[in-house]
Ligand binder design. Structure first.
Ligand SMILES: Nc1nc2c(ncn2[C@@H]2O[C@H](COP(=O)(O)OP(=O)(O)OP(=O)(O)O)[C@@H](O)[C@H]2O)c(=O)[nH]1
Length: 915
């Protein structure tokens, strides 16, 4: 193999030999100076990795603290620009098709009249040439619904074209692309073969290696799809350029959304590998089935099928979203990656040693270990060097979005507005809502007793309105923080006698931040000191200029007390709704948002769902956040059973597998299997995310982290029942400091552990130690969400001992306390000879007769002992579960009080951990 001198390479890139040599030495290449030589392969790598785009950035993100896995990501913007080879490949593979579609007419126009605006829509819509760097807005371009079909939008039907392309290996890309571009004759107007070739050859100046195209071998039996397939293929490898094709590239946003989705999945490679062919076939069928209404797609090993009966756009969406994967690079082997793949897995799939992958990564300037995960883009670059191609796998999330996209395109009709009422305390929000409810023409109908389900529907004379019954901006913002925007407009209630107050301003800020239009209700106009004009003046300062003052904000003067102005308010809500053109398609599968959800004793998990689009029906299978289910029963806000619920209807749904969070997306899916798979994938992802954020400090991980050099300081937040304990512990703990690690008390306080303690610990990577204080269930949940190590001790000595052991890597408790249940004392009784008995309701978990018990008063442990008796009515009970009442006696302790909590615990043996 011939060798290349460093200065020759440097010259190619227009830099000095010395500079390059220095860089190479810094990167660990085996060179000594500018006259050193490297072999061709290394030279090529240097060209690709260091000369083409030296500023390539790498972002490392830890995703699995327990294993120290790291996902190496390339910043999306960089990866798009990064290797010119991608561009060339793009041109070679498929991009030129678009370019041709775009550039041809442009060129034709240009030749006739230099500088004249391109008249072709195709040219105007996609005129990026292969030489241009793809602009970040490429995806936006892609989403522009182009009426003009670009070459990529059209599916070539002519099967004779692909073999023809194969027969001419000497000008493969240009020819092939030309063939593809030839198909949609209406797009490539005035096409001149010579020009096409010239145009598409442009980017081929730089020699490619690694991900070079292999031509000359085409799978003839499937050639009918080759045009489409070929064009869609680079979508996975070169996402931004695929976007330029004018087709929405689903893989882009989805892949990003499902980032942490697949550490586990990528390990299930065997199965996926086997499924790969099937997947391809199925997707291929989806493509072929242009006129068919069924689409099959597979994720994990499940297969979903829907009989689609959508409108025109729906079918177009089918065509558009199904990725096609027929091999054109016959010699390349494919590896499906869902989101990330570990270095060792990647190596195994390519049947090479992990060290080879690691070496390649080093060549890219990435230091990685076997267990680290690389993302699809990085894997693509590495795999290409070994003759493999990475294919973006269809995740559950992609599947559900495909389904959603399929459902789009039906006929939309006006739907009732969804309104949130906001305003300062006591300005009359509740009174206005009550007054509106009274106007409900359906109010008098049989069987309705108002239920609080978080939202309700009013059928007023002016029209239907849905009110989200969670007044206040907190709920509104909480929803929004989960990406839920369910409110179409805000009614801002301002008392005419009080004017703009603190919460009024907050409400305005929240509504404006959410881009939700505001309608002002100036309330309490009946009051003698009412001054509506003052309200208008004050609100004008916030941009809410009344219509009669030349602005655009609708103001209504109301008196909720006297029922004045309520009808006008409702009419104006309808008016604003009309302006907003709120529309939905009742014929599609339902989707909406969870407004609130809880665990009901008798009915299990129930959720109030606001149907935003489509119609929800009894028996529908759905996914709600991380949970799935089947609509077993639905009730409206008046408690009446419903069989179906259309757009803007709030309904209480039974039949969920768990309690979702307010703001979670609710979407009907094809069947039970799909619902369960999506839920399972989301739960898994949530767990991964949890693990990913598990890099926070904990006593268990202290030694490991010290060894890694990650910690030099153990920060502690202490909470104790008495001040004395705090002082004693803080002093003793700080004395534990060694040269390797310093123990520092960050914050201390008496009383129970608060949520601000957790947030402080989370933000400053500290652990929390509590003495004789018990965190509430809510605090524990917050701690686990924030991954804060929260430990409770009775005596200082035990806590110090644990810290000391943790510091030397010997923390391996053989017993760990596990809280099994909590009961709240509702009443107390004195039983002769037995003592005081607590009449309790078990609020959590289970209380067992032989368990230990802690009496907790206002978050502070007042006694720790054993349960002496446990009774259900008069009978002894072995255990009593959550939701039931019981009598509990605490051994040697009679000072129980109503409101105290009894926390039952058992000691669990914990496996000793080998450090
Ligand atoms: N005079 C007069 N009083 C009203 C009017 N509307 C409400 N009020 C009174 O104002 C007080 C507060 O009304 P609410 O409807 O509870 O006010 P709110 O904004 O819902 O209050 P919070 O829920 O506490 O935020 C009550 O005593 C109402 O009777 C009105 O139009 N005129």
């Amino acid at each position: 193999m011939s060798r290349v001198r460093v200065y020759e390479l440097a010259k190619e890139a227009g830099m000095t030999g010395k500079d390059l040599a220095d860089k190479l030495i810094a990167e660990g290449y085996d060179v000594k100076g500018h006259s050193s030589t490297v072999d061709e392969e290394t030279a090529e790598k240097i060209r690709r990795t260091m000369l083409q785009n030296p500023e390539t950035e790498l972002v490392a993100k830890r995703i699995d603290g327990s294993q120290g896995s790291t996902v190496i990501r390339r910043r999306a913007t960089i990866i798009r620009r990064r290797p010119k080879t991608e561009e060339q490949e793009t041109a070679e593979d498929m991009e030129a098709v678009d370019e041709q579609a775009a550039a041809e007419p442009e060129e034709a126009a240009g030749s006739a009249d230099e500088g004249a605006p391109a008249t072709s829509a195709a040219a105007a819509g996609d005129e990026t040439t292969a030489d241009q760097e793809p602009v970040p807005a490429a995806e936006e371009q892609a989403s522009v619904p182009g009426e003009t079909a670009t070459a990529a939008d059209l599916q070539p039907e002519d099967e004779g074209e692909a073999p023809a392309a194969a027969a001419e290996p000497e000008k493969p890309a240009a020819q092939e692309e030309k063939q593809l571009a030839d198909q949609p004759a209406q797009t490539v107007v005035g096409e001149e073969p010579g020009k096409v070739q010239k145009e598409s050859k442009k980017p081929k100046k730089v020699e490619r290696k690694g991900i070079a195209r292999v031509v000359g071998s085409i799978d003839l039996p499937i050639a009918e799809e080759s045009g489409e397939e070929d064009r869609s293929r680079p979508k996975k490898a070169v996402r931004s350029t695929a976007s330029k094709s004018g087709r929405p590239n689903l893989a882009v946003p989805i892949q990003e959304e499902t980032t942490a989705d697949s550490a586990d999945r990528s390990r299930k490679k065997g199965k996926r590998g086997d499924d790969e062919e099937d997947d391809r076939d199925r997707r291929g069928k989806g493509l072929r089935g242009k006129g068919k209404k069924n689409l099959k797609f597979t994720h994990f090993d499940a297969e979903y099928q829907r009989g689609g009966k959508r409108g025109k756009r729906g079918r177009k969406a089918d065509k558009r979203i199904v990725p096609s994967t027929i091999e054109m690079k016959a010699s390349k082997r494919k590896i499906t990656v869902f989101d990330t793949i570990s270095v060792s897995d990647l190596a195994a799939r390519m049947k090479i040693k992990a060290s080879e992958v690691i070496a390649k990564l080093m060549g890219l300037g990435v230091m990685a270990t076997m267990n680290q995960a690389v993302d699809v883009e990085t894997a693509t670059l590495i795999a290409a060097d070994f003759g493999y191609e990475i294919e973006q796998g269809i995740t559950e999330e992609i599947g559900i979005q495909m389904l959603d996209a399929q459902e789009e395109g039906g006929e939309t009709r006006m739907r009732p507005p969804v309104v949130t009422v906001m305003g300062h305390v006591d300005h009359g929000k509740t009174s206005i809502l009550d007054a509106i409810r009274k106007t409900d023409v359906a109010e008098g109908e049989a069987g309705g007793i108002t239920q609080h389900i978080g939202a309700y529907h009013v059928r007023s004379r002016a029209g239907d309105v849905t009110f989200v019954d969670t007044p206040g901006h907190a709920a509104f913002t909480e929803m929004r923080s989960r990406g839920a925007q369910i409110t179409d407009l805000v009614v801002l209630v301002v008392a005419a006698d009080d004017g703009v107050m603190e919460q009024t301003k907050e409400a305005i800020n929240h509504a404006q931040a959410a881009n939700v239009p505001i309608l002002v209700a100036v309330n309490k106009i009946d009051k003698p000191n009412a001054d509506p004009d003052r309200v208008k003046r004050e609100l004008s300062d916030f941009g809410l200029i009344p219509e009669d003052w030349g602005g655009q904000t609708i103001y209504c003067e109301t008196s909720a007390k006297n029922n004045v102005g309520i009808d006008e308010l409702l009419e104006n809500i309808q008016l604003l709704a009309e302006i907003l053109e709120l529309k939905a398609d009742a014929s599609r599968k339902a989707k909406g948002r969870v407004v609130e959800a809880q665990l009901d004793k008798g009915r299990g998990a129930v959720a109030t769902v606001l149907v935003q689009d489509g119609t929800l029906r009894n028996g529908d299978y759905f996914v709600a956040g991380q949970y799935s289910g089947k609509v077993r029963a639905m009730r409206d806000d008046k408690g009446r059973p419903l069989k179906e619920a259309g757009p803007s209807t709030p309904v209480e749904v039974q039949g969920l597998s768990g309690v979702p969070q307010a703001g979670d997306e609710f979407i009907v899916v094809t069947d039970e299997k799909m619902a369960k798979n999506v839920s399972q994938a989301r739960l898994m992802k949530a767990r991964e995310t949890e693990l990913a954020s598990g890099s926070k400090i904990s006593l268990d991980k202290l030694f490991e982290k010290m060894a890694e050099g990650d910690v030099q300081e153990l920060r502690v937040i202490i909470r104790a029942d008495v001040q004395g304990t705090l002082e004693a512990f803080a002093k003793a703990a700080e004395e534990l400091s060694t040269d390797a690690i310093k123990v520092r008390v960050l914050h201390e306080g008496t009383g129970t552990i608060t949520d601000s303690d957790i947030l402080l610990a989370s933000a400053s990577d500290a652990i929390i130690i509590g003495f004789n204080v018990r965190p509430t269930a809510k605090i524990k949940e917050l701690a686990s969400r924030e991954n804060v190590d929260l430990r409770s001790y009775d005596v200082i000595y035990h806590a110090l001992d644990d810290i000391r052991k943790a510091m030397v890597g010997m923390l391996d408790p053989t017993f760990e306390e596990e809280v099994i249940g909590t009961a709240e004392i509702r009443d107390t009784f004195s039983v002769p000879k037995v003592g005081r008995i607590a009449g309790c309701s078990v609020t959590n978990g289970v209380i067992r007769r032989n368990a230990g018990v802690r009496v907790v008063r206002d978050g502070v442990v007042v006694y720790t002992g054993k349960i002496s008796s446990l009774k259900r009515f008069k009978d002894d009970a072995k255990e009593v579960v959550s939701g039931y009442e019981c009598g509990i006696g605490v051994e040697n302790f009679n000072d129980i009080k109503v409101g105290d909590l009894l926390e039952a615990f058992v000691m669990q043996q914990v496996e000793a951990k080998l450090e």
